[in-house]
Design a protein around this ligand. Sequence first.
Ligand code: ASP
Length: 439
Amino acid sequence: MRKVVKFGGTSLADAHQFEKAGEIVRAESSRRYVVPSAPGKRNPSDTKVTDMLYACYAQAEADADFSELFGRIQDRYQEIIDGLHLDLSLTEEFALIEANFRAHAGRDYAASRGEYLNGIIMADYLGYTFVDAAEVVFFRENGEFDDQKTNEVMGDRLKNMPNAVIPGFYGIGADGRVKTFSRGGSDITGSIVARAVQADVYENWTDVSGFLIADPRIIPNPEKISMITYRELRELAYMGAGVLHEDCIFPVRREGIPINIRNTNQPDDEGTWIVESTCQKSRFVITGIAGKKGFCSVNIEKDKMNMEIGFGRRVLQAFEDNGISFEHVPSGIDTMTVFVHQNEFMNKEQNVVAALHRLANPDMVDIEADIALIAVVGRGMKSTRGTAARIFAALAHENINIRMIDQGSSELNIIIGVRNEDFEDAIRAIYNMFVLVQL
Ligand code: ASP
């Protein structure tokens, strides 16, 4: 058994959290590869080290005095080293980082030091080998992650290592400079390492016991999701359900490696399993509900649209030409509606309308703002009758008007559009209908 364990920022925020992480790693000899984040918040009003590094580097880049903030970053690490009673000094590392800040080594370099230093501490604490991510994670010239090269080099490097610590979040660009993934990117590193070592499980340790059926800010104490498929997760994550970086599922999914989300503060909780496929039924017909506010619908009408070959393409071209991606395109016989992100669309709306007239010659274009989209996701829907009916009944009962309905052909989700102001009520109504009544 071979496991990759990734710890998030709050799991490594101070020495006490490090001890919990250490206990988790030591509890199972299969936990051989560890991917740490940078120290996160110790309490809600605290600042993540990554954010301190960004701020500090901004000062360095402006050639201002950055010593105060730099000193505070040093203190965060020293506190951890002292708390763990390690015989380790980062003085030389910090001297080099400081010099590189002065030499304007780059924003990504600066941010990456959070993980880099935490990796050194973690390796020392566990007695594992430290492997700098800049030597095993590669980006192409165009800035994209180079999965092939990374998999080869990292696989080779880790092949004969019984254990290792590989810091998350960064790698090396084609230009030889350190480059980071987007924020929260240590999740991606964990997944890349899991693929490279052909792990049996990728454990992602964080500060919650897995995924919840709905956002706890809307539903107090929602039920947990014990198992979810990659495809379901993708639908929910796309609609704004957080916890895991969206891109981290691709490397492991390809290899069929399951991800287990676990809680460092409650290590006995089973957490959520993310799997390729399962014959296990979810407890409820729906696996999760997520959504986002702030969409616009652009409604295009044209008589006999259904007879006109290429009409849809011309409509979408008007959006493409203006650099706008669309979310959903439900259509009727003589109408087609394009859902877009309001903030992306707002500044370009008149250009799009003009392009629509020029390209597709519609009878009418009508724009409506402030729409929220809600995705009701569940692998159980395919084999259950009446799911849509129950959603509509729940919403009708709450007097919520449905603006749009879209069921993917995979029957994995139903997307509904409601007014922004009905968003929370709609989620509550759906949750009550599918989850509460069944408890
Ligand atoms: N430390 C980085 C961030 O705050 C990456 C991570 O934690 O995954 O975004």
